[in-house]
Ligand binder design. Sequence first.
Ligand code: BGC
Length: 377
Amino acid sequence: MKKRTLGSSVFVLLVLSIVFWAGCGDSEMTIFEKADFGATKDGTAVDIYTLTNASGMEAKIMTYGATVVSLKVGDRDGKLDDVVLGLDNVGEYEEKSRYFGCIVGRYGNRIGKGKFTLDGTEYTLAVNNGENHLHGGLKGFDKAVWEAEYDGVGLKMHYVSKDMEEGYPGNLDVTVTYTLTDDNELRIDYFATTDKPTVCNLTNHSYFNLAGQGLRDNLDHELMLNADNFTPVDSDLITTGEIRPVKGTPMDFTKPTAIGLRIDDDYEQLKPGGGYDHNWVLNKDGEDMTLAASVYEPTTGRFMEVFTIEPGIQFYACNFLDGSVTGKESRVYKYRYAFCLETQHYPNSPNRPEFPSVVLRPGQEYKTSTIYKFSTK
Ligand code: BGC
């Protein structure tokens, strides 16, 4: 990995700027730009890429954590606003990120007690959330600097996670491709292979607020989750193995419902995470791309749909944001100021044989896709 001194990078703006016009005709245009985004504390250079589509929607993605740093989307009057939380520079991401916008890996969400057994061998993972393993451990994929390449259509990010990194067996070779389409979709394609049996569950951890990042809480956003069931958790937010119907509970988002309407209801599952912080079991028939969730923000008219191949989605209402992080545009990220919709296999699956398998073996391909699609109403 190339090195860059902090001093040189702070003052050099847009060292590299490359513009590609992809496709044919004005309606098939993606503008691509690459720039210096400083360096990590150990001096590894970080770049930031800008993708802009025909209608002006813009995604900025950096190589540290393969992170979506900003996402500008139009409201019903066409006014662009940044709809994801993020920080000003790499140093801040290293110090105070809450997984803002990153690719989470090798395993999204929690693995109970940081242990699992595969083919008769017990593996002990890095523990970073009480007694448990969360989002890949102490140095997950969110803290790695990825290689990046724009292939004329999408931004391909590449990372090799070494055998026994954070306790996981096998060298895992990962490629994540971000594509911004002219249909206002941010598409994420995940691909991985391994040289030893391992577990793999990748996701993107963007914190959305469709009213604009860091401006207000999420409570008036109207959420729909295409899920008749969810996976209850214990007091440590570890899935118990149960799959429970949402019907008749505050977990029922089968019809669009304001996030704030029942979030503080006296329901035992809303206690462990102080509100919504659960995996929903998506209604699916096979492995095709299906609608998993939609969110509508009434003041701006922004509407986001999430499509995925994955069997689950983590809806986290940002109950652990507490105003202690100041992000982009000097905005303070307060209690419930955003929401995450992380497409995934179910948390703690390596310890739950009854859940869909997360095991990846040599010769197999881990392949999955998620689309965040934006429009207005
Ligand atoms: C988890 C939360 C956690 C957050 C930030 C979410 O995916 O479900 O419990 O606090 O990520 O780490």
